[in-house]
Design a protein around this ligand. Structure first.
Ligand SMILES: [Zn+2]
Length: 111
């Protein structure tokens, strides 16, 4: 069904945790980039919320398939609580490369 996308504000890394993953393993709650880890108790709360949302989504699909009601899907979008969120080094490098290309093109067209 759904998956969780985790964002690490320490390094800007992101990873997905799928239903089929063994999310009780520490690796499910650990940033693969910098190794920072979500507290196990906090992670349990996140998973409980995710299960609730999954159960609700299953009910919406049942309404659609059994009673021919309109299919609704629900996603959780994290609020931008941290507008100064760090971006990953890779993304920053790409952004800098694009700025360099933009400067080159601008210089070429001004000749
Ligand atoms: Zn990280």
């Amino acid at each position: 069904m759904g998956r969780l996308r985790i964002h690490c504000d320490n390094c800007g890394g992101e990873w997905d945790v799928y239903h089929r993953d063994d999310w009780k393993k520490a690796s499910a709650r650990t940033c693969p980039v910098c190794g920072e880890s979500i507290d196990p108790g906090t992670w349990g709360g996140v998973l409980r919320g995710f299960h609730e949302l999954e159960d609700g989504s299953i009910e919406l699909i049942k309404d659609h398939t059994q009673y021919h009601k309109t299919l609704f899907t629900v996603d959780y979008i994290s609020d931008a609580m941290y507008p100064n969120r760090k971006e990953s080094r890779e993304l920053r490098d790409i952004r800098e490369d694009l700025e360099g290309i933009k400067r080159t093109i601008t210089a070429l067209f001004s000749i």
